[in-house]
Design a binder for this molecule. Structure first.
Ligand SMILES: Nc1nc2c(ncn2[C@@H]2O[C@H](COP(=O)(O)OP(=O)(O)OP(=O)(O)O)[C@@H](O)[C@H]2O)c(=O)[nH]1
Ligand SMILES: [Mg+2]
Length: 325
């Protein structure tokens, strides 16, 4: 083994040792090659890695192709769908397990989640659907990107216990771009809103790594568009803040209906897009209300205490409306 190999090399080598499939092994071998310093002293090592890569490529070529096409898709349930994805072993399954009823598998080794699983997270009086995705890696199947593109919001989980988090993230951005998931250009095709979430805040130096990540990500996104948080699933740190951030990222409001002379139905909100008006709320409730609506009365415990509002009145989260037809 040549002297002076960077610590990064040994980290990747360890991941390579733990890799179980040919695809994973290939991925880490390529990473090992990328981090080996290129000089005379490492020529032998570089050659060895290249030989392993070409052997595995041949093996991969021989593997029988599976003719059955597997496709994963989740019908939206609840107030919105959020795909939890990101680096291997960052704690995606642990987070989804903590927040939902999903029976996800948690493991100490990377690439443990092979297929996506959905679960429902309760937020106050609504349910939000979370999907625990397999980790990002090269050569993901088309369904993977379709899953990300069809979610309402993406939650990117990265591992604050790893020194390689920036390199990994750069690599992951390339994978997303190749999969046509656009997380940076709001006005362009396939744009998806993304929340960045650093997990394992309980680990040593995680604060320092989080600040490095902040600096790094600010090169990609302006401050006002950057949604970022650090959590620890293990110690349940900042979990409530994350839940609020997820809810806010969906840009929805909850409004409650009230039959005349009766109390409001506070357990069953109508979920609407932010900036929806009274007429849109009526439409969501029933087509008869929508067709025949004359006006509504509104309560918000602040400025409205049953005053009459018109069809184009913009609603806020928590408003109570009484339809008059
Ligand atoms: N210290 C610490 N460890 C955590 C935390 N969250 C998860 N882990 C551990 O990290 C490891 C990976 O957790 P998983 O939830 O399986 O991670 P994953 O991102 O789903 O992994 P893949 O599906 O393989 O990509 C497990 O050993 C967890 O116990 C955390 O907040 N702090
Ligand atoms: Mg997992």
């Amino acid at each position: 083994m040549p002297a002076n190999l960077p610590p990064q090399y040994f980290e990747v080598e360890e991941k390579y040792r733990q890799a179980r499939t040919i695809e994973e092994k290939l991925y880490y071998l390529k990473e090992m090659l990328a981090v080996v310093p290129k000089h005379k002293g490492t020529e032998k090592l570089q050659k060895e890695i290249k030989t392993k890569i070409s052997k595995l490529r041949k093996e991969l070529g021989k593997k029988p192709k599976i003719s059955r096409t597997v496709w994963y898709h989740f019908e939206k349930q609840g107030a919105g769908q959020i795909a939890v994805f990101g680096s291997p072993n960052s704690g995606k399954s642990s987070l989804v397990k903590l927040l939902t009823n999903a029976n996800t598998e948690i493991a100490e080794y990377p690439f443990s989640t092979k297929t996506p699983i959905a679960g429902m997270m309760r937020y106050e009086n609504i349910q939000i659907q979370l999907i625990d995705c397999p980790p990002l890696k090269p050569n993901l199947p088309p369904w993977y990107f379709h899953l990300l593109r069809s979610a309402d919001v993406l939650l990117y989980l990265f591992d604050l216990s790893q020194d390689s988090l920036l390199e990994e993230c750069e690599e992951n951005f390339k994978i997303l771009e190749e999969g046509k998931v656009n997380i940076f250009k709001k006005d362009e095709a396939n744009y998806k809103k993304i929340i960045f979430c650093g997990n394992k805040l309980d680990c040593e130096n995680s604060d320092f790594r989080y600040n490095l990540f902040l600096e790094f990500i600010r090169n990609y996104l302006p401050n006002e568009e950057l949604k970022i948080i650090a959590i620890s699933v293990k110690e349940k740190k900042n979990i409530e803040d994350l839940k609020r951030l997820l809810f806010e990222s969906l840009e929805i409001i909850r409004v409650y209906t009230k039959p005349p002379g009766k109390p409001p139905e506070l357990e069953e909100p109508i979920i609407l897009k932010k900036n929806s008006n009274v007429l849109e709320a009526a439409k969501a409730l029933h087509k008869d209300f929508y067709r025949n609506l004359k006006y509504a009365r509104l309560w918000d415990n602040k400025n409205f205490f049953g005053q009459r509002v018109e069809k184009n009145h913009i609603l806020k989260d928590g408003d109570i409306i009484e339809f008059h037809i």
